[in-house]
Design a binder for this molecule. Structure first.
Ligand SMILES: Cc1ncc(COP(=O)(O)O)c(C=O)c1O
Length: 399
């Protein structure tokens, strides 16, 4: 899979162009219709539609049309999505909650913590997606105090976390992949720092989930959340929250609903009991159609093999960074492949203009603040990356 580092860079591109992933790339590409006309490289924002996920959405629509109502099957499909996410992260279905967005998942977690005691500090990084920061800040009215770990050169350093985590810290918050630069955080190392001081660790893995093999139980995190529409190849409206089983039993989220009850079908409005494990973080009627799509997308990725996908993404990411530098572009964040998620952020003055220019050439990138982001995934080729970089370089230089 990897080509020798000693190869001159002029040759490495040629060799890279010849290597292929462990799965059949042509078969995969035929299952993503938009590849016939476009180069989608915007997985940091929205995954392309595939035949697999389209068929799953159609299955729900057909069931609704033909049967009018088939709650048993629909709920079973939601359970299958829960189980699929659990398998995806090496966990048990009982430790996964089905949410409707990552914002809702982190809100539910925050609502289960007591902020009025001596241990009331939240140590969150400046690399959080804003929604996570907003939810933590909203806890200040209950007594929480948020302390921010700075972003330096597009990355968040362990020393900066360590300097802030103390024995009054209740939660440490980290994101596995930084949406702005593609920096990848070392989660086990932060878990060690958090647990050494008795704090819990919340991880937003939305920008990496589906792009790599990530084992939640052994990561050290206490909570791992992800939405579905980026590297999981799905759609908005569904998200998942894993809660460490040793932790979930002692949490009672005040953001709750009937699906968080021991028996959702008991219909006792005056009785608040708690489902076992992470199910107590479920809320109302689940996002059923989204669960169909989510299950299908995740099952497809698992079938292809997360290790194989991770290895190919590493090649695509390496080519993105090397190719951008070769073209004289400025890549934000660390260049070290070990510290990078698949997203490459290239600095530019007007990222939205660059995104529009790329789109005119049927290349889909994603503008965010001071950068145009290229986020290839398992279906992209090295040639896709090179073509996207050529177009990006032209667009940035206004050629
Ligand atoms: C890392 C990360 N976290 C959270 C979110 C927002 O998630 P949601 O809209 O499901 O609340 C995003 C969306 O882009 C994201 O990239």
């Amino acid at each position: 899979m990897c080509y020798p580092d000693s190869l001159p860079s002029r040759l490495s591109g040629i060799v890279a162009a010849m290597i292929t992933p462990l799965y059949d790339l042509d078969t995969v590409r035929r299952q993503i219709p938009i590849l016939g006309t476009h180069i989608p490289m915007n997985n940091c924002s929205q995954a392309p539609q595939s035949d697999v996920t389209r068929a799953a959405a159609d299955e729900y629509l057909a069931s609704w049309a033909a049967d009018g109502m088939d709650w048993d099957t629909w709920i079973e499909r939601t359970e299958q999505a829960r189980s699929e996410f659990a398998a995806f992260i090496g966990a048990e279905p009982a430790d996964v909650a089905v949410a409707t967005s990552l914002s809702q998942a982190v809100s539910s977690v925050a609502s289960a913590l007591f902020w009025g005691g001596r241990r009331n500090r939240i140590v969150a990084s400046g690399a959080e997606f804003p929604t996570v920061g907003h939810v933590w800040l909203a806890q200040e009215r209950y007594g929480a105090v948020v302390d921010w770990v700075p972003v330096r050169d597009g990355a968040v350093e362990l020393d900066d976390y360590q300097a802030r985590i103390d024995d009054q810290t209740l939660v440490v918050s980290a994101c596995r992949g930084y949406y702005q630069t593609g920096f990848k955080q070392d989660i086990p190392a932060i878990a060690e720092l958090a647990h050494a001081k008795g704090a819990l660790l919340f991880v937003d893995a939305y920008q990496t989930m589906g792009s790599e093999h990530f084992d939640a139980p052994s990561s050290g995190a206490d909570f791992v959340a992800s939405g579905n529409l980026k590297f999981l190849m799905g759609i908005p409206g569904i998200a998942f929250l894993w809660v460490r089983p040793e932790v979930s039993g002692r949490l009672e989220p005040s953001i709750t609903g009937w699906f968080g009850r021991a028996n959702p079908y008991a219909f006792e409005a005056d009785r608040l009991d708690w489902a076992e494990g992470a199910r107590r973080f479920d809320l109302g009627t689940p996002p059923i159609m989204e669960a169909y799509v989510a299950r299908a997308g995740m099952a497809w990725l698992r079938e292809l093999g997360l290790d194989a996908i991770e290895a190919w993404n590493a090649e695509l990411g390496r080519r993105c960074v090397e190719g951008a530098v070769e073209r004289g572009l400025t890549v934000l964040g660390p260049h070290d492949p070990a510290r990078r998620a698949p997203t490459t952020a290239i600095a530019c003055d007007d990222s939205h203009a660059v995104e529009a220019e790329l789109h005119a050439q049927r290349i889909i990138g994603s503008a965010r603040g001071p950068a145009i982001r290229l986020a290839p995934h398992f279906y992209n080729t090295i040639d896709d990356v090179d073509r996207a970089l050529d177009a990006t370089a032209h667009a940035i230089r206004g050629e």
